[in-house]
Design a protein around this ligand. Structure first.
Ligand code: 6PG
Length: 252
């Protein structure tokens, strides 16, 4: 049963704090390994910094992956891996063997995507359809309604037979690497961190607008069987749910 939960929190800092507390809670539910895919961009950086300060997370049970990556070297300022390495992995002293980045240095985009798909499918448990099932996928959302590197009107949006693909993003005139819709749909938990007033319009279109996945790719999460959790600050929520929030619990 598909369930979309929207938690509206006072600030971007409170979004990060709440997301960190959730990962701790989920990690304490059992002793199983945790395969976590991290979001890129700027929003999740604070979450990663807070996680690095946690000293009760069972780091040895975690394997870290990326929901998407830019076609830049691993030490590039625009690298999602570099952001997570600085904010989380290095800060927490996480064993490099548990971090699985997109090896953008491998050359042509198709080879890079195939290599990362192989890395994931060798390590993350597969469902009956052969789709990797992450324990948690953290995602952001762009002002255009993209998530991971599934951008509006790009070919990756329609891929259903791969777990990772290269995606040429015309809007940015660049190649990106991204988990595909089947992987986002199969994950046990998907958590989106969306903050800032610039996201309000896209947030409404994705959560409340008419179905138009090509235009607002994050709408694809509506197909999820499980829970999709949106952690949104008041700036991003704007007045979208004021009338709906008469009971004050912030749920949509
Ligand atoms: C990326 C991300 C992307 C990001 C959104 C939001 O590589 O840029 O994976 O999907 O989550 O663009 O980015 P901000 O958090 O910077 O607003």
């Amino acid at each position: 049963m598909s369930e979309t939960i929207v938690e509206i929190l006072p600030s971007d800092e409170s979004v990060a704090i709440y997301a960190a507390s959730l990962l701790n809670e989920w990690a304490s539910e059992d002793e199983a390994p945790m395969a976590v895919a991290l979001a890129g961009g700027s929003t999740p950086k604070r979450l990663y910094q807070l996680l690095a300060q946690e000293n009760e997370l069972p780091w040895e049970r975690f394997q870290w992956y990326f929901g998407d990556e830019r076609s830049v070297p691993a030490d590039d300022a625009d690298s999602n891996y570099r952001m997570a390495r600085e904010a989380l992995f290095d800060a927490a002293g996480i064993n490099a063997d548990s971090v699985h980045r997109v090896k953008t240095e491998l050359g042509d985009p198709a080879s890079v995507a195939q290599d990362y798909e192989k890395t994931i499918k060798e390590r993350v448990p597969l469902n009956d359809q052969g789709v990797p099932v992450f324990d948690v996928i953290f995602l952001g959302m762009g002002t255009d309604g993209h998530t991971a590197s599934l951008f509006p009107h790009t070919t990756a949006l329609d891929v259903r037979d791969r777990a990772v693909v290269e995606n040429h993003v015309t809007q940015l005139d660049t190649w990106r690497y991204t988990l595909t819709a089947p992987v986002l749909l199969a994950a046990k938990r998907v958590v989106l961190l969306v903050t800032g007033a610039s996201k309000t319009q896209a947030l409404w279109e994705v959560l409340e607008g008419d179905e138009n996945v090509a235009e607002y790719p994050t709408q694809l999460l509506r197909e999820r069987e499980g829970e999709t959790l949106w952690l949104v600050d008041e700036a991003a929520a704007g007045n979208l749910w004021e009338e709906a929030d008469d009971d004050g619990d912030g749920d949509a």
